[in-house]
Design a protein around this ligand. Structure first.
Ligand code: NOJ
Length: 874
């Protein structure tokens, strides 16, 4: 069985089949690189050269090892590290070439953020949005560890997650569910915990997609299309969209994937301001920057802008055997167009990352194929004539990860409403269960490639952010197992023959799906264009019909994001509403854990649920236009999700962070301690950079990229670093290359906001520590989440959202009457705004005027501390 993956389909759609190989020394910027003008005020100024990696002490040892290797590599070996071998040219969704003399294999890059994609004997964990809803740092970390263990077990060097972009700006956006929720701190904490967990196993994480990738449609650029331009002002970029990337870099992430779209009129794959300036200089990123698949649109331009790895390596037209890099990069280095030290930096970053996570020691080679589930098959399916061999060894990497998968799904379950304590159910309650979302996919649990359909219970969205299900416990299976008195109507049309008794509880399952743009499901091309924010398959009508007949209705929602509940939420018989998000393989088990009261629900909304879609700012709607490049201008600035609802004074249906339990909690006794006084507006001066590796600047002899003469079988369409006539390539005149305006080889002064991974380390000084007592005031055991929001003073003279989540903690299970003191720390950065003039983070001196609120949602804040003043109830 062969998988048709997204990439071929996408690329063939977006790229004409007529192009000839692109020689980077003959790129006509007026053609491929052409961008439409962006609105006034949005800019992406040139930032050259690329800051070299290796100046951060934590990475010194890895860089020293890399230096020893890279200084002995041939040009061909170096190019191999930077360029994928081509789409479908190996077991993984992408792999680099190798440098076997140094024990470096083809480095395997695989999706997905929720499990190893397109393989078997793996766990399908719940995706990011469900993880975000747990508000549980330990579970975030534990899932990261389990993901890393599975990747390592399969021989995956780089597992491409977590996702923090999209951030969730557009409620209809197709891939919001891959990330942790519509708030930068929630995304940041989710990502940092995931990265630390994954990388503790020796697997390299990829934080993606850098940056401003908030809609699916029209995301890609090619020689005939232009992806949209996300136009983002500097402050919004720093305070919202960059925030989780900064925390991910601080957590030590090994790689960052660029996004398909442009930002401020410059493609993310070659946006020098973003990669060189923001990511590598200001955030001090030490790992490597990889393209999204087929996102590269220029060879030299991307190399100069700071890109380090091209994936899957193909040029404008996949499967044609040409690349923007590969042999073209060999040529560009030989003729001096791409400075040798840029190539050395790319390779050093990649090799150092490989060393940093110990992949030089006992790291398995891939033992699976993402192209087929058969035992034997083509080793290079992208080649017309491929050798055949064993491609799948069916290594079982699941261990006991079902436990963490179930715990995440369970602890994410968010109880929005529970009138008269209808939940939890009793084993012998008379249940009538409705909706196809309670059952399985009649065609088989993995019958739709990359989950590109909505049949049966919705446990993942669709696209590359998925994995095959090893098994699926449906709600129907689990309820049938648990209840002694349940009847199932696995249909989305309310049955006419159903009888309702006064004691019956109707449990109605509905869902809302979305995914990645290369698959269209029921008319939705990734984004929820057709379904909007309403339940799929007439789910709202199903609830209404059940509510007409039954007096006790429980609605269970599996969803990628917010849906509008207004058609039925206030109906008197709709007593309970449960958001189970996207639960992964343990859907049914996790749900009955909560429905039948073994556990109290403890999930909280990772986004706001509005009453009407028109309550959002207009600018966060999807944009679609037939001609020209879409200018998606983030005019709402900082005001997305709850930040907007608060400033526009709109009461949502359910606020961000809302989530009930079967018990009740109160939060009292707030105290505030000053740890490091904010005695200046700006942080202490940044530390200087340590030295970076220095290599010989002598351009290597062309013979280093001549085709090998012995022991070499050439695979057609495979991407090699070799040239037919390397000496001729070396003689091309580099001055014919039109360098981007502002191009320079003189390093820029180190940005004052930088200084270590993530930025100036002083930004992470703990300014305040807040304690609150969380007490279980009800009659059942349960876990609570304390959420901390900061309110910054108007003295900063900037328009700032009134409340911003900056920390949270989940308690352990508290018995009735039991309490826990929860401590939450706030850094200097947590209390700062981005000063666009000074280009640094500015905090209120002495914390003057700062208020710190703690509660159980942004709409339920029970205690407050005024810095320098009192703490008390709100
Ligand atoms: C495109 C997606 O945007 C990205 O997230 C994924 O990792 C690559 N395809 C590889 O499948």
């Amino acid at each position: 069985m062969a998988f048709i993956t997204c990439l071929t389909v996408v690329s063939l759609l977006v790229s004409p089949i007529t192009s000839s190989p692109v020689d980077p020394s003959h790129v006509d910027p007026a053609d491929i690189l052409k961008r439409d003008p962006v609105p006034a005020g949005y800019q992406s100024p040139p930032y050259y050269p690329t800051p070299k990696g290796g100046w951060v002490s934590d990475w010194a040892e890895a860089y020293a090892k890399a230096y020893d290797v890279v200084s002995n590599m041939t040009l061909a070996e170096k190019i191999n590290m930077t360029t994928g071998t081509g789409i479908f040219m190996g077991p993984c969704v992408g792999q680099t070439g190798s440098a076997e003399r140094f024990g470096i294999p083809n480095i395997c890059l695989m999706d997905s953020p929720l499990g190893i994609r397109n393989t078997d004997h793996n766990t399908a964990f719940p995706p990011g949005i469900t993880v975000g809803a747990t508000f549980d740092k330990d579970l975030m970390y534990a899932r990261g560890v389990a993901l890393g263990e599975e990747a390592r077990g399969k021989g995956v060097n780089v597992l491409m997650g977590p996702v923090v972009a999209p951030l969730g700006r557009k409620p209809r956006g197709g891939r919001n569910w891959e990330g942790f929720g519509a708030d930068p701190s929630l995304q940041a904490i989710g990502a940092a915990q995931t990265i630390k967990g994954m990388q503790s196993t020796g697997v390299i994480a990829t934080l993606k997609h850098f940056i401003g990738y908030e809609q699916e449609e029209d995301r890609m650029s090619s020689i005939i299309t232009q992806g949209y331009s996300s136009n983002i002002d500097d402050r919004t970029l720093h305070e919202l969209y960059l925030w989780p990337f900064a925390e991910g870099v601080k957590a030590g992430v090994g790689s960052v994937m660029i996004a398909y779209n442009d930002v401020n009129g410059s493609a993310c794959s070659q946006n020098s301001k973003l990669i060189n300036g923001v990511l590598k200089d200001e955030l001090g990123f030490q790992g490597f920057v990889v393209t999204d698949w087929l996102a590269q649109i220029g060879g030299v331009s991307s190399a100069l802008a700071g890109l380090d790895m091209s994936m899957p390596g193909d040029g404008a037209v996949p499967l044609f055997g040409d690349s923007y890099w590969g042999s073209d990069l060999s040529k560009s280095v030989l003729n001096g167009t791409v400075p040798l030290d840029r190539l050395n930096d790319m390779v050093t970053r990649i090799v150092a990352t490989w060393f940093k996570f110990g992949q030089d020691k006992d790291f398995p080679l891939p033992n699976f194929s993402s192209n087929t589930l058969d035992r034997t098959g083509e080793i290079y399916p992208g080649a017309l004539f491929s050798p055949i061999g064993i491609v799948n060894q069916y290594v079982n990497v699941q261990a006991n990860h079902n436990i963490v998968a179930r715990a995440v799904a369970r602890d994410a379950i968010t109880l929005l409403k529970n009138d008269h304590n209808i939940l939890p159910l009793k084993r012998n309650d008379s249940l009538k269960v409705f909706g196809t979302d309670a059952g399985g996919n009649p065609d088989g649990i993995n019958s739709c490639s990359d989950h590109g359909c909505d049949k049966g219970v919705l446990v993942e969205g669709w696209g590359s952010g998925t994995s095959r299900l090893p098994y699926l416990i449906t709600p129907q299976d689990a309820i049938a197992n648990r209840s002694s008195n349940a009847k199932f109507y696995i249909t989305d049309t309310f049955p006419s023959d159903v009888t309702a008794n006064s004691n019956d509880v109707a449990v109605v399952f509905i869902n809302s799906d979305s995914g990645e743009n290369y698959i269209t499901v029921e008319g939705n091309p990734g984004d929820r264009t057709v379904s909007g924010l309403y339940a799929w398959h007439n789910g709202d009508e199903l609830v209404q019909a059940a509510a007409e007949k039954f007096s006790k209705v429980v609605v269970v929602v599996h969803t990628v994001g917010p849906i509008i509940l207004e058609k039925w939420i206030d109906l008197p018989s709709v007593k309970s509403v449960v958001f189970a998000h996207l639960p992964g393989q343990e859907a049914g088990n996790s749900l009955v854990d909560v429905l039948f009261g073994d556990y109290s629900p403890s999930g909280h909304l990772p986004y706001t649920i509005p009453r009407n879609e028109s309550d959002y700012p207009k600018s966060v709607g999807l944009i679609n236009q037939p001609f020209g490049q879409i200018q998606d201008t983030f005019t709402e600035g900082l005001y997305i999700d709850y930040r907007h609802f608060q400033s526009a004074n709109i009461t949502p249906r359910y606020p961000f962070g809302h989530g009930l339990s079967y018990t009740t909690f109160n939060i009292t006794e707030p105290t505030l301690s000053v740890i490091t006084p904010l005695d200046s507006e700006y942080p202490a001066a940044r530390p200087a950079k340590n030295a970076t590796p220095t290599y010989s600047d002598v351009i290597p002899p062309p013979s280093e990229v001549a085709w090998p003469k012995t022991n070499f079988t050439r695979i057609w369409r495979y991407l090699y670093p070799y040239l037919d006539n390397p000496s001729a390539a070396a003689k091309t005149n580099s001055t014919s290359y039109p360098y981007p305006s502002g191009y320079s080889t003189i390093p820029k002064p180190a940005p004052r906001a930088g200084g270590a991974e993530g930025g100036n380390p002083a930004l992470w000084d703990i300014a305040y520590s807040v304690n609150v007592t969380v007490r279980n005031t009800g009659s059942r055991p349960g876990k609570a989440v304390a959420q901390l929001y900061v309110e910054l003073p108007s003295s900063l003279a900037l328009d700032t959202p009134r409340l911003q989540l900056r920390q949270f903690e989940k308690t352990r299970t508290l018995a009735p009457g039991q309490s826990e003191v929860v401590t939450m720390e706030l850094t200097r950065k947590d209390l700062s705004v981005w000063d666009v003039v000074v280009q640094d983070w500015k905090a209120p001196v002495g914390g003057e005027g700062v208020k710190i609120w703690v509660g159980q949602s942004v709409g339920d804040l029970s205690v407050v501390c005024e810095v320098g003043g009192e703490c008390g109830s709100a």
